[in-house]
Design a protein around this ligand. Structure first.
Ligand SMILES: [Zn+2]
Length: 258
């Protein structure tokens, strides 16, 4: 089962937040500190347990998506994403994209993949199975987060449950983040498929035993439905160089694993 997907038992309601003039926060200061990243964004804490079948149509699990996206780990097995002369491997669903879609500068919440998982994923994930593009990517900057954007106190309107909030913007203090978003640049389209016949999920590569033992059982949620075209900006990762270590750069994982 893909590492970044949630199980149905993990789809509990998110922890409640309060909105203050300074931004959103958890009532418990310890929680607030634990779940806030270096950029100041607060991350969603979701209730539930890693039980039940994979939730293929749900959003990717916030903690595991973030771990994979920030560490450039494979979405399927949490191992290193595949890197080659043409860059890092990314598999994105087409979601109605036409043949003239411009993939350069695409913004996505879907982590990269290793070669073995990219082989299997379209046959396991119904979203990718409906059509997908395989990209090789030279540059992929963490540009922001996807989450629920709350209005400032006194402002009218309801929270926007599906907002893309960029780093270094005032909205970052008012969003409860669920997904880290990268912008893919210097892309090469390797292949584009309209669909693939589903088969058993049992052939998906297993998650590394050490990782599986120290975290909640690797599990499921959707194959990641989020991508939008966008203009290229500055870049942080370049093919051929290792990504920064977690905790050493902006947007990194600050949750304390105890
Ligand atoms: Zn993999």
């Amino acid at each position: 089962m893909p590492y970044v997907l949630p199980r149905t038992g993990e789809l509990g309601p998110p922890a409640r937040v309060v909105v203050t003039p300074a931004g959103v926060r958890y009532l418990d200061p310890a929680w607030d500190e634990s779940w806030r990243d270096l950029d100041g964004a607060l991350w969603e804490v979701r209730g539930g347990a890693p039980t039940g079948p994979p939730a293929y149509t749900a959003e990717l699990h916030p903690a595991r998506q973030r771990e994979a996206m920030e560490g450039l780990l494979c979405a399927g097995c949490a191992g290193p994403a595949d890197r080659g002369p043409d860059g890092m491997l990314w598999l994105l669903p087409l979601l109605g994209a036409g043949p003239d879609t411009r993939w350069e500068g695409v913004r996505t919440a879907i982590p990269p993949m290793c070669a073995a998982c990219a082989e299997v994923a379209p046959t396991v994930c119904p979203v990718l199975g409906d059509g997908h593009v395989e990209l090789r990517v030279w540059e992929a900057e963490l540009i922001g987060v996807r989450g629920t954007l709350h209005p400032r106190p006194g402002e009218p309107g309801d929270p926007d449950p599906d907002a893309l909030v960029l780093h270094d913007t005032p909205d970052l203090r008012f969003v409860v983040a669920r997904q880290a978003v990268r912008e893919l640049c210097r892309t090469t389209v390797v292949s584009l498929r309209a669909g693939a016949a589903p088969r058993s999920a049992s052939s998906f590569p297993a998650v590394d035993a050490d990782r599986a033992s120290r975290r909640p059982a690797p599990v499921t949620s959707s194959c990641g439905r989020f991508w939008t075209p966008g203009p290229p900006v500055a870049h942080t990762w370049r093919a051929g160089t290792p990504p920064s270590q977690p905790g050493r750069r902006r947007g990194t994982w600050m949750h304390r694993r105890t």
